[in-house]
Write a protein that binds this ligand. Structure first.
Ligand code: FAD
Length: 398
């Protein structure tokens, strides 16, 4: 009987921890397997639009998100002349959506989620413990996990693969679906707010668009730091999130492309660049099998240009919990049907967001006359119409 109340979540990233909280709320016993010995400080900023922040608030995370920053606007900036193309105010979005647009350090969000997880008696977080294998049978699933040299088996009714883009759970379900390199590299780093003149540290998201590259900067860590991400084409394509990057390489890429002094000043001020190659997953194969479902980057890793990578994982968690709550019966077959309905519901929306992210990347990186035309169109549309184009993302509810 206990197996029917146990759900195993592989991966304690943003998707896995949110899922464990959403499922624990339904009264299940949750075991979270995380292969890392410690939840890493690695990573930098994440944007959480109202569609995602709403889910976190509903899970009671609000008081733990004190280091998140609520930006007042998104500024679209020209890398050519340093001018502001448009300023999109976020206050109307926040009040219409009933949830805030937040920017937060990934480690702060993961800490908030982990602390909430640790406060729930029905969730057990096993660090240094990696998912290895799963086999379905009449009573549910046997999940094999490894911790150092020891292997352990656990009975469960469902396994949620929230183990990121290089997912082992997906390798069991869809061995042919492998990440594809996009030809783009994201460089990221932070700098102390005190290092910059005041006009560059206000509570706004800056999006600098230039030929074949873009740069995003916003405050994180209770506005004590500025997160800077620069996306450029490149060949280097090793997996991982935290490869040290050479300041001179990123500086010369932006100098050679004739970028304005302000974004170049931001680049020069970052201490300790890291880089990660941007991979995506082809949209093939079902995200679910007998008692197993993929979630977050394991299912649909996407380009980060719609700022929805973490948001989609958080949405997945809410929909998965809703589908499991609505299951027709308590049997393993009832759970498998609930997981399938989760896959169906999520697929369509995620596909639209993936497409939107790809389009955004192409638009940000336009060069020459096309870039001038882009800037003119943005100006002509005005901020309210530009923002209204995002309503379908921000107004989402589980
Ligand atoms: C260290 C790190 C730093 C990141 N930094 C940034 C950033 O700066 N900006 C940004 O936009 N995005 C970043 N991301 C990605 C971002 O967090 C995700 O795109 C998004 O939040 C979706 O999260 P996810 O939970 O699906 O996957 P992830 O956040 O990738 O989490 C997956 C988790 O699964 C664990 N795992 C993997 N294999 C196994 C296994 N076999 N068994 C158990 N556990 C396993 C991983 O250790 C990881 O903790 C980072 C991810 C990681 C892991």
């Amino acid at each position: 009987m206990a197996a029917l109340r146990t759900i195993i979540v592989a991966g304690a990233g943003i998707g896995g921890l949110t899922t464990s909280l959403a499922l624990a709320k339904l009264g299940f016993r949750i075991i979270v397997l995380e292969k890392a010995e410690h939840l890493e400080e690695a990573g930098a900023g994440l944007q959480l639009s109202p569609n995602a922040s709403r889910v976190l608030l509903d899970l009671g995370l609000g008081p733990r998100l004190s280091r998140a920053v609520t930006p007042d606007s998104i500024c679209l900036m020209s890398a050519r002349n340093g001018g502001e193309i448009s300023r999109l105010p976020l206050d109307r979005i926040n009040s219409a959506a009933g949830a805030p647009y937040l920017v937060i350090h990934r480690a702060d969000l993961q800490t908030a989620l982990r602390e909430e997880v640790e406060s729930r008696s029905n969730i057990e977080l096993r660090l240094g413990c990696q998912f290895e294998d799963v086999s379905p049978h009449a009573k549910g699933l046997t999940v094999v996990q490894r911790s150092g040299t020891s292997r352990q088996e656990e009975l469960a009714v469902a396994l949620i693969g929230a183990d990121g883009i290089w997912s082992t759970v997906r390798n069991h379900l869809l061995p042919d679906v492998q990440p594809l390199f996009s030809g783009l590299i994201a460089w990221r780093g932070t700098l102390d707010t005190k290092q910059l003149p005041r006009e560059y540290t206000s509570r706004r998201v800056q999006l600098w668009m230039g030929p074949h590259a873009h740069l995003v900067a916003y405050p994180i860590s209770a506005a004590r730091q500025i997160n800077v991400v620069a996306v450029v084409p490149g060949q280097w394509n090793r997996p991982g999130w935290s490869e040290p990057g050479d300041l001179n390489e990123i500086k010369s890429a932006f100098a050679a492309a004739g970028w304005h002094a302000i974004p170049r000043m931001l680049i020069g001020a970052v201490d300790g660049w890291r880089k990660w190659a941007l991979f995506t997953l082809p949209n093939r194969g079902p995200w679910t099998g007998d008692g197993v479902a993929l979630l977050g980057d394991a299912a649909h890793a996407m380009l980060p240009f719609a700022a929805q990578g973490a948001g989609m994982a958080i949405e997945d968690a809410a929909v998965l919990a809703k589908c499991i709550a609505a299951r027709s019966d308590e049997s393993p077959a009832g759970f498998s049907a609930a997981l399938q309905s989760y896959g169906r519901v999520r697929r369509r929306r995620v596909k639209m967001v993936q497409r939107s992210a790809r389009q955004a990347g192409r638009i940000y990186h336009l060069a020459g006359p096309l870039a001038l035309a882009r800037d003119l169109v943005i100006k002509a549309m005005g901020p309210q119409r530009m923002l209204a184009r995002q309503n379908w993302i921000y107004d989402w509810r589980p």
